[in-house]
Design a binder for this molecule. Sequence first.
Ligand SMILES: O=C(O)CC1=CCC(=O)O1
Length: 258
Amino acid sequence: MPTLTTPGATIRYEVDGDAANPAVVLSNSLGTNLDLWEPQVGALAERFHVVRYDSRGHGLSSSPAGPYRMSDLAGDVVALLDHLEVERAHVVGISIGGLTGQYLAVEHPERVDRLVVANTAAKIGEPQAWLDRAALVESSGLGAIADAVVEKWLTPDHAREHPELAARLRAMLLATDDAGYAATCHVLAETDLRERIGGITAPTLVIGASGDLPTPPAATRAIAESVRGARYVEVDAAHISNLEATAEVTAAVLGFLD
Ligand SMILES: O=C(O)CC1=CCC(=O)O1
């Protein structure tokens, strides 16, 4: 299991594909880990050097004391690119991973080739709701919110038809470190890039999903309207669209990056 020590954290990552190909970095959502990208990795690795990582506080990365800041999450990505000697990469992120991608494109434009952001917003949810969630997870653990969170990740029909997927996602959430999850909620409470994403120069694809409650189509369309020249695709899915509308999301990403 490769790991990298960045300022403040130890980040677990995986690489697939030929390192001579253009690099793609995949950034996971809150309460998940790099396994989230399993359905996309094979196809991407045929043409790209695919780098996946567990964001700090998640998966097998370390959970340093929080609260975290968006600059910490983005700094981990920059450190990973430096470590792998990748000067520029396509950045693909879902939910808070997409927020991290937007921040990287604003703050480190020289490191971002193309940007793909799915099921995200320039400001996700309301600050107080994230602070309340952080406090609840700190006091009672992720078990206290697991049902309510996971039921928004897949549409009810998809969860009913694929109970093994719903169970796998629930297990992924529950395997996340409580303190790392809560520390990441603070990033969501304080990050608002709405006034900044107009400055993104990387060619951008935004993927929205018709059944996404945490980051509804209005939020994803707003990104596409703010980023000059951005493309917009909407799929039929809930919040974790890459696992529900797998073929459509993979095709959209490949079509855009190729
Ligand atoms: O799991 C959720 O509550 C939805 C979500 C918001 C940001 C993120 O990464 O996931």
